[in-house]
Design a protein around this ligand. Structure first.
Ligand code: NAD
Length: 476
């Protein structure tokens, strides 16, 4: 973690915000309004477990309500604190604006190590925390819609949604009160993989422009690029898996809680995930070299570094030693403001968190819309689309017959062409479009403005501009 010489996470986000806002023409009043966190609610509640009352501390912070509902994940970790929750809520505001998800920014957290509790105990704790938030409209389909973050997933979201439904028995939109739910509890296909998938789409867009590749001192495509991933949780696992299986990347390092695995010839992500599930860590995995001091592997030679755990892991202590040419911030805030400066001077390109991990909130947006419309995406159109495609194929085959069979379509083409898009295909298409469009808005500024030398500043310029326009439209 970052040393005492560095500002806190929230201060770090503010420093980056200030750097960008200096290049804009906003009134100081509006600048301040956008930067500050509107409100943070702290709750301490007791739950009777194992024969005694345990007190837990939780937070829900609302950074900006320029659009409602506000949105942001709920994190379960022992290190959760007000500063962290506020920083993460601010990032949510900028992230939603950048990818045009119509939400304000929020974030929540509970100080807990989920591994210390049984599932039924976690359910009791989660339901009680949700109860406290629901009572104050801090979970509500039209005001505040949480999602998973570190330490939480589909299971916790299902408990929260059920708790809301129990307390709001006549709310027809109850399911839209949280996103990231399991499919059978109102979730959407493709949400679990969404953040990692978004990281993959972001990298693909980066590699579509030779100017960007050159700026990073790289060449060619994603194929064969050496990648180190920190954290094989929801985000890191999906990003690593897709980059390895679909883009030809070689995963040369995986850093986890108990150390790291390295292998120049590449690590098998699926295998290692299964190993961790069985052994609660990477140690002992047979087909790689184990390194006890995992974070040292952040400094290893590679093309792309994917920090996907926590804030502050690349800081004043190690920034100068980072050898990756490209860092994609899958986690929120992995690079401190001080490290960011060092890396910029070294010419390392950073694809910033507010963009890089926006896949999650993008698909959460689709899930929320699905819940409000009470219908699965593609349900009305899919068979109609297939029937039309079938019509075209039949007509082309008739013409081919007529012309004496001089050409034909391959069976593979026909199979792919004839299949109408289901929910998963539509979600991936919407996510891909969102990731490309948002990247292009940053790229345009990055390449066209002399005073903008990095993607993070470009991202802030786009998103602050959108938030400011929204406040101005309200007459502020
Ligand atoms: P997760 O809980 O699913 O996974 C975290 C992983 O990191 C686990 O495998 C854990 O063992 C590992 N880990 C924990 N401490 C570590 C350490 N000190 N060193 C190395 N590995 C460690 O969490 P997640 O949902 O993948 O979230 C990771 C990051 O991505 C967070 O910063 C979160 O805010 C961000 N994020 C998540 C989502 C989402 O949809 N889940 C969306 C946007 C951003």
């Amino acid at each position: 973690m970052s040393s005492a010489r560095e500002p806190s996470f929230r201060e770090s986000v503010d420093l980056m915000f200030n750097r960008a806002v200096r290049l804009m023409d906003l009134s100081p009043g509006l600048e301040e309004k956008i930067r500050v966190c509107n409100a943070t609610y702290t709750v301490r509640f007791g739950v009777r477990l194992r024969g005694q009352i345990h007190t837990f501390t939780g937070y829900r912070s609302v950074h900006s309500e320029h659009m409602e509902p506000v949105k942001g994940g709920i994190r379960y970790a022992t290190a959760v604190n007000q500063d962290e929750v506020e920083a993460l809520a601010a990032l949510m505001t900028y992230k939603c604006a950048l990818v045009e998800a119509p939400f304000g920014g929020s974030k929540g957290g509970l100080c807990i190590d989920p591994r210390e509790w049984e599932v039924h105990e976690l359910e009791q704790i989660t339901r009680r925390f949700a109860y406290e938030l629901i009572k104050r409209d801090l979970i509500n389909p039209s005001q505040n819609v949480p999602a998973p973050d570190m330490g939480t997933g589909e299971r916790e979201m299902a408990w929260m949604a059920d708790q809301y439904a129990r307390m709001n028995t006549t709310d027809i939109n109850a399911k839209a009160c949280v996103t990231g739910k399991p499919l059978n509890a109102g979730g959407i296909a493709g949400r679990v993989e969404a953040t990692g998938r978004g990281v993959q789409y972001a990298l693909r867009e980066f590699f579509r422009d030779s100017r960007d590749i050159e700026k990073a001192g790289l060449s060619g495509s994603l194929d064969g690029k050496r990648v180190i991933v920190q954290g094989l949780g929801n985000v890191g696992y999906h990003a690593a898996k897709f980059l390895q299986e679909e883009d030809g990347c070689i995963i040369t390092g995986i850093i986890e809680r108990d150390g790291a695995l390295v292998s120049a010839k590449g690590l098998n992500v699926e295998d290692i995930r299964a190993w961790i599930a069985q052994h609660q860590g990477v140690k002992g995995y047979p087909d790689a070299t184990y390194v006890e001091n995992g974070s040292a592997v952040l400094e290893e030679e590679c093309d792309i570094l994917v920090p996907a755990v926590l804030e502050g892991v690349i800081n004043l202590d190690n920034a100068a030693n980072i050898k990756a040419r490209l860092i994609i911030e899958a986690a929120n805030g992995p690079v401190t403001a001080g490290a960011d400066e060092i890396l910029r001077e070294k010419g390392v390109i950073i694809i910033p968190d507010m963009y890089a991990n926006a896949g999650g909130v993008t698909v959460s947006y689709f899930e929320w819309v699905k819940n409000l419309s009470h219908i699965r995406f593609g349900r009305m159109q899919r068979r109609e689309e297939e029937a039309r495609n079938q019509l075209l194929v039949a007509e082309l085959e008739r013409l081919s017959d007529y012309m004496g069979d001089t050409w034909s379509m391959t069976e593979d083409f026909k199979k792919k062409y004839l299949r109408g898009a289901g929910e998963l295909e539509l979600v991936r298409s919407g996510l891909d479009d969102t990731m490309r469009t948002a990247y292009q808005s940053m790229r345009e500024i990055w390449h066209s403005r002399e005073d903008v030398s990095d993607l993070r500043t470009a991202a802030y310029l786009v998103s602050i501009g959108k938030v400011a326009a929204s406040y101005q439209a309200k007459g502020l």
